[in-house]
Ligand binder design. Structure first.
Ligand SMILES: Cc1ncc(COP(=O)(O)O)c(C=O)c1O
Length: 385
């Protein structure tokens, strides 16, 4: 029995595989500190849990409209008004099964076989596989610390070909935590729209920025596809809920895909998320943001002291993308040894592309400060310092 030819090109999400290995070690009694996990360690905020319990107690857990329940689409429009001072038509807000579904639907609606899509390298790995799933071709834009690990307008001019249809970026980015300013996004949009292309901006780490608040790319143009999620800032990873804001021209296509691929997002999660914007929830989330900020400072300082190079301080998300060339030119092997010999799980650069991947690793500060400090001393011992 043969699989489809495209499966040869679909790569595993290595961090999920490493997590599996770490959990196996733990099941066998080993102590592992998790710096690989891309999700907040906090429980879901209590008002969200209470809203879910209340909804569930009535037992009416049926399908919802494919684009999501109108109350949640309206609540998100209100959220854009208060947080970003932006008027967004709730009809253009589509609720999805996480940002993952939003990204899949977006590429499903936009990618023709053979189309080229520009994506920074390093960047979130699943996007490359989604593009491949629709027989698109990803053209990586190598980015490094000199450009804050983000592509520039000049890069677009350089890498765009007659076959290119679009650009995907994330701000803050995974794995680097670096951001694009509003003027940088505007310059990217200028280049892309001049070429009649599409721009997809993943804002999943909005809210988790330190010392800076970001505007939404939507303020630049309603023709930009904006992706977001309840997973990160709202701390609802396992609920599988996200959203996208779709240019009106593509709403019908997005709806058709949402209907066929998912029928609807999780009903319980949607009703729970109605409590996500309540002042008491936002207060909890803002306290957590301050905790992440403190953790970031601890881990950036600690890693630098050990000899990891962090050229640009990450301003968002909960990741540090560090140059480990002082210790290895094979970060995958290094990450494996760190796990097996020191009990510290990290993510090697090869999950995020090929550009200098073997000399970079991602450290997530999704564990508390005591664990981060213990991880730092384990790494120190491992390095023989
Ligand atoms: C940049 C980025 N986009 C999308 C996702 C998918 O998130 P979810 O499907 O949980 O909303 C992630 C998860 O780590 C991510 O880092």
């Amino acid at each position: 029995m043969t699989s489809s030819a495209r499966m040869r090109d679909i790569r595993p999400f290595y961090v999920m595989e490493l997590m599996k290995k770490a959990h196996q070690l733990e099941a066998a009694g080993a102590s592992v500190i998790h710096l690989e996990v891309g999700e907040p360690d906090f429980p879901t905020a209590e008002p969200i849990v209470a809203a879910a319990q209340n909804f569930l107690s009535h037992g009416h857990v049926h399908y919802t409209p494919s684009l999501g329940i109108p109350e949640l689409r309206r609540a998100l429009a209100d959220f854009y008004r208060t947080r970003y001072q932006l008027d967004v038509d709730p009809e253009t807000i589509v609720i999805t099964a996480g940002a993952s579904a939003a990204l899949l639907i977006t590429l499903g609606a936009l990618v023709n076989p053979g189309d080229e899509w520009l994506m920074p390298d390093p960047s979130y790995p699943c996007n490359r596989n989604f593009a491949r799933l629709f027989d698109g071709k990803v053209i990586p834009i190598p980015v490094d610390a000199t450009s804050n690990f983000q592509p520039s307008a000049a890069d677009i001019a350089r890498y765009w070909s007659p076959a290119t249809r679009g650009l995907m970026v994330a701000s803050p980015s995974n794995p680097t935590g670096t951001i694009l300013s509003q003027s940088q996004i505007a310059a990217l949009w200028q280049e892309v729209s001049d070429r009649s292309g599409h721009l997809v901006v993943d804002e999943i780490y909005h809210g988790l920025t330190y010392g800076v608040d970001l505007a939404s790319a939507l303020a630049i143009s309603k023709d930009i596809f904006v992706i977001n999620s309840f997973s990160k800032y709202f701390g609802m990873t396992g609920w599988r809920l996200g959203w996208m804001i779709v240019p009106e021209t593509h709403l019908r296509d997005v709806e058709k895909l949402a209907q066929n691929l998912f029928i609807c997002p999780s009903t319980i999660a949607q009703h729970a998320a109605l409590a996500a914007f309540a002042p008491e929830t936002l207060e909890i989330l803002e306290k957590r943001r301050a905790i992440f900020s403190h953790r970031r400072n601890v881990l950036v300082g600690g890693l630098r002291a050990l000899g990891f190079e962090i050229a640009t301080e990450p301003q968002g998300a909960f990741y540090i993308y560090a140059d480990c060339s002082r210790f290895t030119d094979n970060s995958a092997e290094f990450a494996d040894k760190l796990l097996m010999e020191a009990g510290v799980a990290t993510t090697a650069g090869n999950d995020f592309g090929t550009n200098r991947a073997s000399t970079h690793m991602r450290f997530a500060y999704t564990s508390d400060v005591a664990k981060l400090e213990e991880a730092l001393s384990r790494i120190k011992r491992f390095l023989g310092q």
